[in-house]
Design a protein around this ligand. Sequence first.
Ligand code: GLU
Length: 451
Amino acid sequence: MSIAEDDIKKFERADCEQDRVFYQAMEEVICSISPLLESDERYARHAILERLVVPDRIIKFKVVWMDDNQNIQVNTGYRVQFNNSLGPYKGGLRFHPTVNEGILKFLGFEQILKNSLTGLPIGGGKGGSDFDPKGKSDFEVMKFCSAFMTELHKYIGPRMDIPAGDIGVGAREIGYLFGEYKKITSSYEGVLTGKPFMFGGSLMRPEATGYGAVYFTETMLDMEGKESLEGKICTISGAGNVALHAIEKLQQIGAIPVTCTDSKGTIYDPRGVDLCLLKELKLEKRASLEEYIVAHPEAKYIPVSEYPKGGHAVWDIPCYAAFPCATQNELTEIDAQNLISNGCISVTEGANMPSTPDAVDAFLAHKLCFAPAKAANAGGVAVSEFEMAQNASMSKWSFEKVDDKLKETMQQICKRVSLTAKDYGVEGNYVDGANIAGFKRVADAMIAEGI
Ligand code: GLU
C-alpha cells in the first residue's frame, strides 16, 4: 500500500456525511503530496499530515435575533481556526443554509494551502452560519450580523483571526459586523477585511477574486503555449461577487463571456453578457436571473429543471475557457465531458472546489489547462492581506497599486505551481503543483516552530 492510500484510510470516516466534502478536499491533497512525503522523511517524523488535518479549534455558538415580524429566530454560528503557522487565521465567513461544520472544515483546510500559496503571512480559517440572507430585509441582516458578532468578537483580533466575506457575506454584512465589533470592544482596528472603503476597506477587494482568476488564466495559457483569451468565448457559472468580476475583467481584456447562472437557471447571451444589467439585477435588486431576458429577449434562459439531471446547461455551451464561479461540486464528470467534447481548452476554478474529483480527473486526462481553486481564486485573500497591511500602517493604496500587486501575486502563484509540478515529475498538473507548493511552505513552518 502506498503512503497516499495508507494515509487516506487512516483519516477517512465515510460514516460522517457532513464531512464528505472535507474528506474529498483532504484526499486530493494527500494523493498530490505523496511524492513529497516519500522523498522527505521529515514530514512523517514530525507528523505534519496528522497535525495539519485537524483544526486548532472549532468554535460553535448560538445566534439569536429578531426578524421584522417580531419573531425570534435561532441560527448556528461557527469559526474554524485551522492553522496559524504562517500567520493569523485568515479566511471568509459564509452565510448560507447549507453551512455546517463539515463544509467549513473543507473550506478552512483549503484556505490553509491557498493562503500559503500566496506567499503572504496568513494562516487558514473559515466560519459562517446557516443563516440565509436571501429574502431578508436590510434590517434583518443587520440584526443577524450584530447577534453573530456578539459571540464571535471573543475569538477574533487583528493579530489573531481576521474573517472576511464568502458566499452570502459582502461589504454590507462586513460593514454591520465591523460596526458591532467596534461597539462591543471600543476598538477601531483591522479585525475584518472586505470592509467598505470609507472605513478601512481596500480598493479592489470586491473585484480581487474574479480579476485574480483571469490574471491567473492569462499567465497559465501563456506558460502552456496556448492562445490568449482575447476574442475567445468564455463560459462562467455563478452571478455573485466572483462571477461578476471575472466577467468584468474578461470583457476588459477583449474576451467574450456569454453565460452566468444562479440557483434557478442559466443565462446564455451569445453576444456577450450585459454586465451593467447583471450588476443591477444581482447587486441592487437582488433579483432572479430570469429577469435578464425581460431586457434581452434574444438571450436564452434555461431553468435548472429543463436540463437533464447530473449535468448543467452552462457547461454544455461551446467555449474556449470555462470559469466555474458558483459553489463546490457544481461541475460534474458529465459537465467535464461536455466541455471537453465541445473543444474547451482551459478551466479556471473561481469558486472553492467547484469541480468534482471525476471532473478533475477528466480534465487532467485530456490535458486541459486546469487551474485549481486554491491557486486560481487566491486573489481575494491576497487583497485581504493588502487590506490588513493598509490598516496596520494607517494608509490607503491606490487602485493601480492594488491591481499591480494583485497581478504580480497571481503571476507568481501560477509560476510557483507550474515549477513545483515540473520539479515533482508531473509537469502541467496544476492540482499537484498547487497542493505540493502550498503544503510545503506551511509544513516547513510547522517543523520550524516545533510542537
Ligand atoms: N472567502 C474568500 C476565499 O475563499 C476570501 C477569504 C479572505 O479574504 O479572507 O478565499
